[in-house]
Design a protein around this ligand. Structure first.
Ligand SMILES: *[C@@H]1O[C@H](CO)[C@@H](O)[C@H](O)[C@H]1NC(C)=O
Ligand SMILES: *[C@@H]1O[C@H](CO)[C@@H](O)[C@H](O)[C@H]1NC(C)=O
Ligand SMILES: *[C@@H]1O[C@H](CO)[C@@H](O)[C@H](O)[C@H]1NC(C)=O
Ligand SMILES: *[C@@H]1O[C@H](CO)[C@@H](O)[C@H](O)[C@H]1NC(C)=O
Ligand SMILES: *[C@@H]1O[C@H](CO)[C@@H](O)[C@H](O)[C@H]1NC(C)=O
Ligand SMILES: *[C@@H]1O[C@H](CO)[C@@H](O)[C@H](O)[C@H]1NC(C)=O
Ligand SMILES: *[C@@H]1O[C@H](CO)[C@@H](O)[C@H](O)[C@H]1NC(C)=O
Ligand SMILES: [Fe+2]
Length: 464
């Protein structure tokens, strides 16, 4: 029996419609003027997210005050099924003079299982008792797991942010009409903006070296939700955390926005963690790994990964695609060998199970590697692809570690989690050195521009 679950970020992105409906009268022409002067007041809750508060006296809302309902069915306007979910709120608090606190609007999560694969569903969400239900939306579930059915088109984005460049990326992506969206970390860059006014800078620590904590301006998350809603109200999105989601606050609490806003199949994939999990989409098994939680071979993520890889039935699900935020293979100066410890811990396991493709972000550019394993060309190794070029405020990376004078020094590129495991190459043209002096043989193509990736599966992989 096929059985498929879909996580729709209904919540975050549903705003209760309270505007009075405009009269259906015709819009007058200028010939019918002059008109009485009218000013429409700016609704600042549109920036902040309805009911979110930022300031010096924020009070968390009661999540139980609004129900979380989804009505859905296979025909427009006919909602044969109804589900209720849970609601929650989170806060981002700073016990430092001069910084502002934030508490979110109510965030709703509704889990719907038993949906049929490859099927269109029409839905509304909200609270019917107020009454406040959204407009109707429609989405299509992913195909069932088989070597002959695949999501039509999978979009991959890293490091998107919320800038004019992010808008260009999303416009192009929407034109490509994806049926599934993977977001490989660094979603909103809320932590490049100060709480005192929300003004952003491309390098927070350069602009504010004396900041008592790297504050994060949470209304960026509310704005990002509205920015993404036109697409993700109709196309499933799967996210995994990046360093910009860490967002430390009072009492050493981290990842609060990421963990509260997204529901991920951690239970369903047996990971028990929203930092790493797996799911199937047609004949593809996706593995999303956490680079900012323990990735050691002695830890629980590794143990779960091993079990998860072992369980994949490659006759039914031939393709294995893995994704995590910071790349293991990267020839740009930025983040060069930053997550080398993670590669050394986990690469052999992914290789053993013949992972086909690895997507990463973090480096704000595009780079596609040749099939590689342990820094040697290897036709059984995965193709690693960096797509950290979504269009965030930090700008695009242009320097290569092999450009003259651009080889990073040992202190550059410190990871925000885990150790430093720099290596000098043990063979080939860069033998004994930290950087190559030309584009490394494992780097097939690199380009410094903003954009997104599209993955289409046309056939079964050749197994060897
Ligand atoms: C923000 O919250 C923290 C922790 O509760 C508190 O210490 C601090 O005074 C608050 N700051 C403001 C500006 O209200
Ligand atoms: C803080 O907000 C609460 C609830 O809105 C209010 O009752 C209280 O008087 C406020 N305190 C200050 C110091 O403004
Ligand atoms: C709501 O919370 C309960 C208890 O924590 C949990 O069992 C249930 O799965 C949750 N439902 C959704 C839709 O998340
Ligand atoms: C980002 O957008 C700005 C203004 O819209 C444009 O000038 C710039 O070229 C874009 N950057 C890239 C790398 O596309
Ligand atoms: C991972 O292993 C390294 C080396 O054994 C150790 O230094 C580090 O503390 C470990 N990290 C975690 C999170 O356990
Ligand atoms: C990877 O290459 C290094 C350097 O040649 C070597 O020391 C190490 O044993 C290799 N690791 C594996 C898993 O083959
Ligand atoms: C690694 O290479 C760098 C230059 O690329 C060199 O300065 C350093 O001494 C090398 N380290 C080792 C242990 O060979
Ligand atoms: Fe990053």
């Amino acid at each position: 029996m096929n059985y498929l679950k879909l996580w729709i970020p209904v919540t975050l992105f549903f705003t209760i419609i309270t505007q009075t409906k405009l009269a259906t009268s015709q819009i007058p022409t200028t010939l019918e003027g002059p008109f009485k002067p009218v000013t429409r007041t700016f609704d600042s809750s549109l920036r902040r997210g309805r009911d979110a508060q930022i300031g010096s006296n924020v009070t968390a809302l009661d999540p139980a005050s609004v129900a979380s309902e989804v009505w859905y069915g296979k025909e427009s306007g006919k909602y044969t099924s109804k589900r209720r979910g849970n609601s929650t709120v989170y806060s981002q608090l700073y016990p430092f003079e001069g910084l502002m606190n934030y508490t979110s609007g109510i965030i709703h999560h509704v889990r719907i299982d038993g949906l049929e694969p490859g099927t269109k569903y029409y839905y509304k969400c909200g609270d019917s008792s107020i009454p406040a239900m959204s407009e109707e939306h429609v989405f299509e579930t992913l195909p069932s797991s088989s070597p002959n059915s695949y999501p039509r088109r999978i979009a991959v984005i890293g490091d998107l942010g919320l800038t004019s460049n992010s808008s260009t990326t999303m416009d192009h992506l929407i034109m490509n009409d994806p049926s599934l969206l993977l977001m490989i970390g660094d979603l909103t860059y809320a932590n490049q903006y100060r709480t005192t006014g929300g003004k952003g800078v491309p390098c927070f620590s350069c602009a504010f070296p004396d900041a008592p904590i790297r504050e994060t301006y949470q209304p960026r998350w509310d704005g990002w939700g509205r920015f993404m809603e036109p697409l993700i109200s109709r196309v499933p999105m799967m996210v995994v955390e990046g360093n910009h989601e860490i967002e430390p606050q009072v009492a050493g609490i981290t990842f609060e926005s990421y963990l509260t806003r997204f529901s991920l199949p951690s239970e369903e994939s047996g990971s028990g963690s929203n930092f790493y999990y797996s799911f199937d989409a047609g004949g593809i098994h996706f593995i999303m790994l956490g680079a900012y939680v323990d990735y050691n071979s002695t830890g629980s993520q590794y143990a779960w990964l091993k079990e998860d890889l072992y369980r994949v039935d490659r006759t039914r699900i031939p393709w294995l695609v893995a994704a995590w935020h910071p790349p293991w293979y990267n020839s740009y100066s930025a983040h060069y060998q930053e997550f080398e410890c993670m590669r050394q811990e986990m690469e052999a396991l992914l290789y053993q199970y013949r992972v086909d493709i690895v997507f990463s972000g973090h480096v704000h550019a595009y780079e596609r590697m040749n099939r590689v394993y342990n820094y040697s060309l290897d036709h059984c190794g995965p193709v690693h692809i960096t797509v950290g070029d979504g269009g965030n405020i930090e700008q695009v990376e242009v320097d290569h570690a092999d450009d003259h004078g651009k080889c990073p020094s040992a202190e550059d590129n410190m990871p925000e989690f885990g150790g430093v495991c720099h290596i000098n190459f043990s063979s080939g043209p860069a033998k004994g050195k930290f950087c190559w002096d030309k584009q490394p043989e494992w780097s097939a193509f690199r380009e410094s521009s903003f954009g997104h990736g599209i993955l289409e599966v046309w056939s079964k992989p050749k197994m060897s």
